[in-house]
Design a protein around this ligand. Structure first.
Ligand code: HEC
Ligand code: HEC
Ligand code: HEC
Ligand code: HEC
Ligand code: HEC
Ligand code: HEC
Length: 279
């Protein structure tokens, strides 16, 4: 099959898009004009997990407390929530951890209006409370078929990306196709300092990596505290062991870009000058 056919299939959103990660990697390694050392590249690629079903990317299965209680595990879905709220709302204002299981949510806490209960109160969203028509099973999910169907309809209208949810969330945000609120609290976000509006050049230790990091784009959805000081030191080039390899194991950029934001498989979105332009 020619690469033109592949692109056409991608644009039509046929099931072939599931094959793309594998194909792309093969193309990358075999492309003669690659700006990267083949051995280096191959090592990085070998440890990269495949990108699974699109509807599942960013889902968090919670079973720490439910298992003992005999309830079905809770499935938290990022794609449905991030269209309405920025990361900042949950991962700053409401205090959710950015590590699976890190929050340690209990039923008593959310019934008192914390965590999921801050919104799932019967006013903003369906309630966590018991009653004549309890909604327990919408969160303690046993069957995911309806959710998969909802995803297909939802994703259809949004701009396409090759990996992750198969949705280009950055473009969707910029084009106003999603407009998540950035605060539900009383402390609105602070203004981004002028100095941080310049893109930050990363990866100078390895000239070919050529990555521009935009504080401005990230600050649209995140708070400073989501990255500083836990993930990155605030002093430029002071973050230790910040290499591509550690990224793909879920550190640094990979803390988000292997789990909720587009995954590291999507080389070109960070390495603008990488010569792999097969898609
Ligand atoms: C409506 C609330 C909500 C929003 C909005 C939200 N998250 Fe989350 N996020 C959660 C919850 C809940 C968890 C699971 C926490 C736990 O298990 O303790 C989570 C977990 C995560 C994790 C860890 C996932 C894993 O598999 O280890 C990452 C990374 C993350 N979120 C990033 C983001 C990013 C980036 C955004 C914005 C694009 C975002 N989140 C938006 C609620 C939210
Ligand atoms: C908005 C989503 C949501 C709804 C609706 C919901 N739960 Fe939960 N429930 C959770 C989350 C999140 C946890 C924590 C999961 C974990 O970490 O394992 C949880 C945990 C539990 C636990 C584990 C024990 C404990 O005390 O934490 C029980 C029991 C439970 N829920 C019962 C119910 C019942 C009964 C209903 C319906 C009346 C219900 N839940 C509705 C989200 C929900
Ligand atoms: C910042 C507000 C907010 C928080 C926090 C929040 N939700 Fe939601 N959630 C919503 C809204 C709004 C909807 C859509 C309205 C509705 O379905 O009632 C929704 C929809 C859902 C749905 C149905 C759509 C889907 O994704 O399948 C589930 C399930 C759900 N939430 C689970 C959870 C769980 C579990 C948590 C906590 C771990 C949580 N939510 C935290 C606002 C929130
Ligand atoms: C998505 C992650 C992320 C967010 C959110 C973020 N930063 Fe950063 N920041 C970085 C990275 C990566 C670096 C570079 C670290 C390094 O080179 O070791 C950096 C560096 C910096 C620097 C040094 C810049 C320079 O030119 O010397 C400052 C100051 C800074 N951040 C402040 C902030 C402030 C203030 C906010 C909130 C408005 C913020 N950051 C939000 C990731 C982030
Ligand atoms: C705390 C979470 C988080 C961290 C850490 C993070 N990002 Fe992001 N990044 C996001 C989210 C959310 C988006 C929006 C796009 C998406 O969700 O797929 C994004 C978007 C981007 C985009 C925009 C792509 C485009 O097509 O416009 C680039 C480039 C990017 N990130 C690079 C980086 C780099 C490089 C690092 C590490 C220095 C990094 N990010 C660290 C959350 C994060
Ligand atoms: C989310 C952004 C992002 C994505 C996606 C990404 N990279 Fe990187 N990459 C980086 C950053 C940031 C660095 C610089 C780390 C440093 O300071 O050396 C880097 C560095 C590198 C380096 C230089 C060697 C090293 O370890 O520093 C290579 C090679 C590389 N990346 C290859 C790839 C390949 C191949 C892909 C796709 C399979 C990819 N990258 C996807 C952000 C990304």
């Amino acid at each position: 099959m020619g690469s033109g056919d592949l692109v056409a299939c991608l644009k039509r959103r046929t099931p072939l898009r599931h094959l793309v990660p594998a194909l792309l990697l093969v193309l990358l390694v075999s492309s003669g004009g690659s700006a990267l050392d083949h051995e280096e590249l191959a090592n990085v690629l070998k440890s990269m997990p495949p990108n699974g079903p699109l509807w599942r990317y960013g889902n968090v299965v919670m079973r720490s407390t439910t298992k003992k209680a005999g309830m079905a595990p809770v499935l938290f879905v990022h794609w449905s929530h991030r269209t309405r709220y920025t990361c900042r709302v949950c991962h700053m204002e409401l205090g959710f951890s950015m590590k699976q299981g890190g929050t340690g949510i209990t039923r008593n806490q959310y019934l008192a209006g914390n965590f999921c209960g801050a919104c799932h109160n019967g006013e903003v969203a369906f309630s966590v409370k018991d009653g004549p028509q309890p909604q327990c099973k919408r969160c303690h999910l046993e069957d995911t078929r309806a959710l998969q169907k909802a995803f297909d309809e939802f994703a259809q209208e949004l701009p396409f990306a090759t990996f992750g949810n198969g949705i280009d969330w950055s473009a969707a945000l910029k084009e106003g196709m999603v407009s998540p609120v950035n605060s539900i609290g009383t402390d609105p976000p602070i203004k981004l300092a002028a100095k941080l509006k310049q893109p930050l050049k990363l990866g100078t230790s390895s000239p070919r990596s050529d990555v521009d990091f935009s504080h401005q784009d990230h600050y649209e959805e995140l708070d400073c505290s989501n990255c500083h000081p836990d993930i990155f030191n605030i002093k430029k080039k002071s973050t230790e062991d910040f290499t591509m390899d550690s990224n793909i194991y879920g550190n640094f950029c990979g803390a988000c870009h292997m789990k909720v934001a587009f995954p590291m498989n999507d080389c070109k979105r960070c390495h603008k000058s990488m010569s792999s332009q097969q898609y």
